[in-house]
Design a protein around this ligand. Structure first.
Ligand code: SF4
Length: 360
């Protein structure tokens, strides 16, 4: 299969081609898998390393992370875990911005990734120089960037945000009278703007996985399964979000799958999340929200091609060799850490407020 060139529009209407690789899932027979798992378990101990995996990685990686004292979660929680865990080496199974965030927050730790080519269309669609020039045209605006950005873009921002806390943070900034630049996801930005009414200038990037969900197909699937609840990640288009019973981050969607009384769910996010959903709700049924379909214009078919680059083979290899280390220029790191720390502090304060309200 050849690489697919999607296009990302940026604010000055230039076209920015984002090369999307084919999605290749690692295949292993049972003996090979067992041998690799045993080898990785041994190496994690020997190297004093912890495996931190995103929900969109394979079931094998998620299970291994959990079985070895590592962690599986969304990008905000992965960052939190990285700062709290004692391991001197973090192996981040996810995409590059997640490894960079771990390194930004933990400069004293060694951060390795199974594949340094595991990118993200949002990150690729927001080049630092062009973004800085855009921000310079609007110096009166507070710059809020999604976690799915490079260290250099974070370094140019005032706040880093994740989907789980975007609405709360934007409302908080608006209460202070701030107008915003939002980057890079135009769908999440449009959703936040619609929900909050805040003055936001949107960068025009997108996630190739979530952008592929189709509103018409979803309507038809809902008609065939009227008893199903619809769970949607807010990187999806607005006409897909409009059909959701729950809109939220990966963690929020897993929680909805666990707690809602429905037996059946239609889910618009990367289908690797079904593993965690099935773990927390084994008796429930999860259906993929429709995309354009394989062989049509869909470039991901509900699974991120970059997340799929993480496998047991390359994980074992980086633990063996120490290759694929994330290194960040110290001047950029020092600037990028500020908006991430602001996010973590804000998230912690929100958590305390919610806990306090629940106690009351
Ligand atoms: S699923 Fe989308 S947002 Fe997540 S890493 Fe892949 S391209 Fe980026």
């Amino acid at each position: 299969m050849s690489a697919f060139a999607a296009e990302t529009f940026i604010k000055d209407h230039r076209l920015l081609p984002v090369q999307v690789p084919p999605t290749v899932i690692e295949t292993l027979d049972a003996a090979e898998k067992a041998a690799l798992v045993a080898r990785i378990e041994h190496l994690l101990v020997e190297r004093g390393a912890a495996l931190v995996a995103h929900y969109y990685t394979s079931p094998e990686l998620q299970e291994l992370a959990e079985a070895t004292g590592g962690y599986v979660s969304d990008s905000l929680d992965m960052a939190r875990f990285g700062t709290e865990c004692k391991a001197s080496t973090l192996v981040v199974a996810g995409v590059r911005f997640m490894g960079e965030t771990a390194k930004i927050l933990n400069p004293e730790k060694r951060v390795l990734m199974p594949d340094l080519h595991a990118e993200c269309s949002l990150d690729l669609g927001c080049p630092p120089e062009e973004f800085a020039a855009f921000c310079d045209q609007h110096p009166e605006r507070t710059v809020v960037v999604y976690a799915n950005t490079s260290a250099a873009v974070k370094a140019r921002s005032d706040w880093v945000v994740t989907s789980g806390i975007a609405l709360d943070l934007v409302r908080h900034l608006a209460e202070r009278g701030e107008k915003l630049i939002w980057a890079p996801d135009r769908h999440l930005g449009a959703y936040v703007q619609r929900e909050t009414g805040v003055d936001m200038l949107l960068w025009s990037g997108s996630c190739v996985v979530h952008e592929a969900f189709k509103a018409d197909g979803l309507r038809k699937l809902r008609a065939r399964h009227p008893d199903a609840k619809v769970l949607v990640h807010p990187e999806s288009p607005l006409d897909v979000i409009a059909q959701a019973d729950v809109v939220g981050s990966t963690t929020a969607l897993v929680e909805a799958a666990r707690t809602l009384p429905a037996k059946k769910f239609i889910v618009a996010t990367d289908n690797a999340l079904f593993h965690k959903m099935q773990q927390v709700a084994p008796d429930k049924i999860f259906l993929e929200a429709p995309t354009a379909g394989k062989g049509a214009t869909c470039v991901s078919c509900a699974h991120c091609p970059w997340m799929a680059m993480n496998g047991l083979r390359n994980l074992a290899q980086v633990l063996e060799t120490g290759a694929n280390e994330i290194l960040i220029d110290e001047a950029i790191r020092e600037r990028a850490v500020q908006p991430i720390r602001r996010l973590l502090k804000f998230a912690e304060q929100r958590k305390q407020t919610v806990l306090g309200n629940n106690d009351a």
